[in-house]
Every structure is written in C-alpha cells, then in structure tokens.
Ligand binder design. Structure first.
Ligand SMILES: Cc1cc2nc3c(=O)[nH]c(=O)nc-3n(C[C@H](O)[C@H](O)[C@H](O)COP(=O)(O)OP(=O)(O)OC[C@H]3O[C@@H](n4cnc5c(N)ncnc54)[C@H](O)[C@@H]3O)c2cc1C
Length: 383
C-alpha cells in the first residue's frame, strides 16, 4: 500500500479500479512496470459497473469470434489468479443458450464454439425439458450448453485483482491541459500524481471526464437486476442444478442461486440514460412487472417468488458494443479503456493484457477497439 502523503510517482497511473482498470494495472505490474491504481469509491464499489454480486462468464458470442477467443483466454487468466490467491471466485454452473427454431445467433455461436475447440452440448427440446424441468420452454426449440462456463463473483473478483497492485482511494479531476504530454494528474483533494503514462479506465464515468471526446460515443444506461427467493429447502434453482442461461430473443439472462443470494434475473434491453454518481438505485414497478411477466412464462414456479434483493447498475455502451481501448487522440501518454457495453466483465484479464501490451509498445492495435471505429449512432451488434 502506498502512503497517501508520500510523493507519488510511478511508471503508470491507472485511474478506475473496476474490472478493466484493475486487470490493466495487474498486467502492467506483471510486465515489470511500477503501477499505482486509484479509485474514487473503491474497487468493485456499488456504483461501479463491476460492483455486482455475479457476472456471467461465457464463450458464445454469435459470429464474433474475437470475443469468444478473448473469453476463452480470460477464463485461463481468471483461473490462474484464483489459484494464486487460493480463493476460487468462479462458479462453474454451465451456461445454457435458449434458441428458437431458426436462430442465427445461436447457430453462429455453435459454429464458433466448434472453431475454437470449446466444449458444448446441443440439446433438443425433449432433452431440455428432461434436464431442466424448472423451466417452461414455450417457443424455445433447442439449447446450447457451455458446460465449462458459469458465474464470476464480480465484486470480490475485482477486489482480488486490485489487491495485487499498489492502490489508493482518490478521485481524479479531468486533465486540465489541452493535449501533448500529460505530466501529472490531480486528485480532487489537491494531491499531485506524476507518471510516465496515464490510463483512464473509468467505465461509465468516461463521458464525464472527457465530455468533448466521449459524451456522444459512450451512452450510459440504467439497468435493473432482481434476485428472487427460491422456495425453502428446494435446490432446483441452485448453482450445480440449474445453469446460468441467456435468452437473447427476449433479451433476458439469469444466474442460478449462487451462495444463497437468490435466483437472479435481468432484462438486457438498454434502459434510460443514467448518472453513475447521482442516480438513485431503486428499481421501478414497471421493471418488476416485466420480470414477473417473463417469470410466469419461463420459470412459472418463481412467478410469485419474493424479491429478496435488487440492484440498479449501468451499462456504458459504445455504438455497437465493441470495447474502447485506445490512446487519447490529444495526449501521447493518456489511454482510454472502457465501453464494456454490458458484456465486458468476463474479458477483464484480456482487456488488461491487450492494454498493457499497447502501453508498453509491444502490442498490435485491434481496429474494433479503436476510438476511430466508435460511431455516434447507436446500433447494437455485440451482445
Ligand atoms: C447489471 C449488469 C450486468 C452485467 N452482466 C454482465 C455479465 O453477465 N457478464 C459480463 O461479462 N459483463 C456483464 N456486465 C458488464 C460488465 O460488468 C462491465 O462491462 C464491466 O464491469 C465494466 O468495467 P469497467 O472497469 O470498465 O467499469 P467500472 O466497473 O464502472 O469501473 C470504473 C471505476 O472507475 C472509478 N472512477 C470513475 N471516475 C473516477 C475518477 N474521476 N477518479 C477515480 N476513479 C474513478 C469508479 O469508481 C469505478 O470503480 C454487466 C453490467 C451490468 C451493469
């Protein structure tokens, strides 16, 4: 731990200890750099996009092999970290895709999983009903199971990564200079931190920190998450019995009861614009009604189950869902990392690895992560 009063100087200052910033700091440290990680509210705090209880770890991404391969590599790096810390924060629940008769996304996912050599099972409707009687399949015609996927215990996992590097709690003001080389940043408390390179991995705060550049390119949307209480003594909604599942035709995903937190269900459609500092995190009646309506169709036994916990989080969406990992166009030594777009958590390790390579001059830029490819018109393509 770095003392708050000592003069602060390092090779790289990483601002933002969400999953992207924490992994970037850790990968830079592994590459030999001296790193200082900073966060205004703490690693995996309740306002951060990474601050939830659980996040799905899956390989399938339709035709987007780049993300499937990234998830596959990330799984290895997450496992290595958990082996190192001696605390496994991954729950191998399996991940089930619920597919319609003609389902371009799930068919493309199956092809991609074959191409990358991943384990999977294609389940027909009868097999689905036999193995998962907790679900009512309605228009679902078949399923695709990723047996090795599951859920990461998100908040705790981010904290485990952040614990690998020097960290201080401090809010950083937007850089005042207009461009060129940034020599130091200021905390809102007036401390100065000097570094060779600066990484702003501030997730949904990026448009606030760099409004001229990013306010039209990253859209922060309000998302509601519900945890339903399962019947007493009933293990059929538990991790190990029921997998996590995704029904993108209805834009719904679910994580089974992990560590007694309840059966998690959320609607993945983008909500209204949201302020991550000031926004109230209380769910709406309309959100709850939509969840109950969906439960009645797909998980009838939980249709009237009590809500035992709720969360309001935010997605930080780029125009199409591709991440933003690029140099700030006006500063030679400032990097922007964000745009997780509702699917970024699992990729923390590879985002950090890729960013560390770019920052240390070893990497090859991927056009899909560049600032230049980010559009103003929103057209979601990556799920
Ligand atoms: C409800 C919900 C469900 C999701 N489900 C999944 C899922 O199942 N699987 C998956 O892979 N992904 C999922 N995601 C997406 C994933 O959680 C995000 O893409 C990811 O957490 C983004 O991480 P980040 O580090 O970019 O941002 P954050 O986690 O928001 O981190 C940014 C950090 O920057 C700090 N910060 C901001 N401004 C400053 C400043 N000025 N000074 C200092 N610090 C600052 C903040 O305090 C914060 O800790 C989900 C997201 C949400 C909201």
């Amino acid at each position: 731990m770095v003392s708050y009063n000592s003069p602060m100087q390092c090779d790289v200052a990483v601002i933002g200890a969400g999953v992207f910033g924490a992994w970037t700091a850790y990968q830079l440290r592994l590459a030999g750099a001296s790193v200082l990680l900073l966060d205004a509210y703490g690693p995996g705090n309740s306002r951060a996009s990474s601050g939830g209880e659980t996040r799905i770890m899956r390989l399938g991404y339709g035709p987007d092999e780049i993300y499937s391969r990234s998830a596959q590599r990330s799984m290895v790096l997450w496992r290595q970290l958990f082996e190192k810390t001696g605390n496994n924060l991954f729950r191998k629940t399996g991940l089930l895709w619920l597919a319609r008769e003609r389902d371009a996304y799930c068919e493309a996912t199956l092809t991609t999983l074959q191409r990358i050599g991943a384990n999977y099972e294609r389940l027909d409707r009868e097999e689905l009903a036999r193995r998962f009687p907790q679900l009512a399949f309605g228009p679902i015609a078949w399923g695709l199971l990723e047996p090795d996927s599951g859920a990461l215990l998100a908040r705790r996992a981010v904290q485990a990564v952040a614990a690998q590097v020097d960290y201080i709690e401090a809010a950083i003001a937007s850089p005042k200079t207009q461009g060129g080389k940034l020599n130091s940043i200021q905390t809102t408390g007036g401390k100065e931190i000097a570094a060779q390179q600066f990484v702003f991995a501030c997730g949904p705060w990026l448009p606030k920190l760099f409004p001229d550049l990013l306010s039209k390119l990253i859209h922060v949307t309000r998302q509601e998450v519900f945890f339903l209480g399962v019947p007493p003594g009933d293990d059929s909604f538990n991790a190990g019995v029921l997998p996590a599942w995704i029904d993108f035709n209805d834009l719904v995903y679910s994580i089974p009861n992990v560590d007694g937190r309840g059966f998690k269900l959320a609607i993945d459609a983008h909500g209204p614009e949201f302020d991550p500092d000031r926004g109230e995190r209380v769910v709406t009646t309309s959100g709850l009604n939509a969840v109950r309506e969906y439960l009645a169709q797909r998980v009838p036994r939980l249709a009237n189950a009590p809500v035992i916990e709720t969360r309001v989080c935010q997605y930080e969406n780029t125009s199409n869902g591709d991440f933003l990992i690029d140099r700030h166009p006006a500063f030679e030594n400032v990097w922007l990392i964000g745009g997780g777009s509702g699917h970024g958590f699992k990729h923390g390790p590879t985002v950090g690895e890729y960013a560390a390579e770019l920052i240390t001059g070893r990497g090859t830029p991927e056009p899909r992560f560049s600032l230049a490819t980010k559009q103003r018109v929103r057209q979601r393509e990556v799920y």
